[in-house]
Design a protein around this ligand. Structure first.
Ligand code: FAD
Length: 274
């Protein structure tokens, strides 16, 4: 079966960032991904920005999927947003629960499964729906098995496939896939690949999202100190190797968290000879 590759962006906040992203997506589009996706800020904080970028990309003829969560929206405004995407010719959505933005303690989080049900109820089979999966298990999960069961529930509710949080342990992937199989999950799960551009930032971010950075990798990055070039090369090597192992192990494709830059995603892509 042909493998599927996709690239993720976040919506830039400034005009300079938006201009830069135009160049980035034009370059990455040359690699021929199946689609791009654009994230949605916690609590809907990037609502207009995400909608703007998604529609601009669609108008350029790119295949693009907005990420979506209920955030602060009620059902009426959520429906408006979804119908707006449908009318713009968007046919894929990454459906999420999202997280609470700081300072918005009272907002109720709506589970991704409920969003999948909502989209299916109002738009039938129009959208291909992606949901999130966690090979190292979501930080709020009651247990390993509970997280797998909730993943199955949102796929059974009508999602077509899942994209994972990034991870650097191939064992975590194998163990997770075994458990998904035992739970009867038969829809494709695409590993999320996070190229490493700034290890210190990645370490800070990983603490919050429950992704583990292996000790050997941390030690090696720390040993480079200010030697940015060696650190960059090591990052490319590690992520290329992981991607190779995932594809060899039968992963149906890869989803790259590009962080709105062309390299190192392109470098890893070229190393993999995709
Ligand atoms: P859910 O699937 O709803 O699960 C959330 C937690 O609740 C899990 O621990 C699960 O085990 C548990 N759970 C699920 N259902 C139930 C239930 N019925 N009862 C009790 N517990 C339950 N965040 C953003 O803000 N914007 C983005 O654009 C974004 N994009 C992402 C893209 C990908 C590919 C991934 C992997 C994550 C993304 N995230 C994004 C992060 C995501 O929003 C957070 O990880 C969030 O905390 C969980 O979202 P979810 O959709 O996985 O939640």
């Amino acid at each position: 079966m042909t493998k599927r590759y996709s690239f993720e962006f976040f919506p830039p906040k400034t005009d300079v960032g938006r201009e830069k992203l135009q160049t980035v997506r034009a370059e990455l589009n040359k690699l021929g991904p199946e689609f791009f996706s654009v994230t949605y800020g916690a609590g809907g904080s990037t609502r207009d920005n995400t909608v703007g970028i998604v529609k601009a990309m669609k108008a350029e003829g790119l295949s693009v999927a907005p990420h979506l969560s209920f955030g602060g929206d009620d059902e009426g405004s959520m429906l408006e947003l979804i119908n707006g995407y449908k009318d713009a010719g968007i046919d894929r959505i990454v459906a999420l629960r999202g997280d609470l933005p700081s300072g918005m303690g009272a907002t109720r989080l709506v589970y991704a499964k409920e969003l999948v049900e909502f989209i299916r109820k109002h738009t039938g089979d129009h959208f291909h729906l992606e949901v999130a999966a966690y090979p190292e298990i979501h930080p709020d999960a009651k247990s390993y098995q509970a997280d797998i069961d909730f993943l199955k529930a949102k796929l059974d509710a009508g999602a077509n496939s899942a994209i994972t949080q990034y991870f650097y342990s191939i064992d975590a992937w194998h163990y997770f896939m075994d458990h998904c199989q035992k739970a009867g999950i038969d829809k494709p799960i695409y590993p999320g690949i996070m190229p490493i551009t700034n290890f210190a930032n990645l370490a800070r971010f990983s603490r919050n999202c429950g992704a583990e950075l292996p000790r050997w990798m941390t030690q090696k990055f720390e040993s480079y100190g200010d030697d940015i070039e060696s650190s960059r090369e090591f990052g490319i090597e590690v992520v290329t190797r992981l991607s190779e192992q995932l594809l060899e192990a039968g992963a149906p494709g890869l989803h790259f968290y590009t962080m709105n830059t062309v390299d190192p995603t392109r470098q890893i892509w070229q190393n993999l000879k995709l």
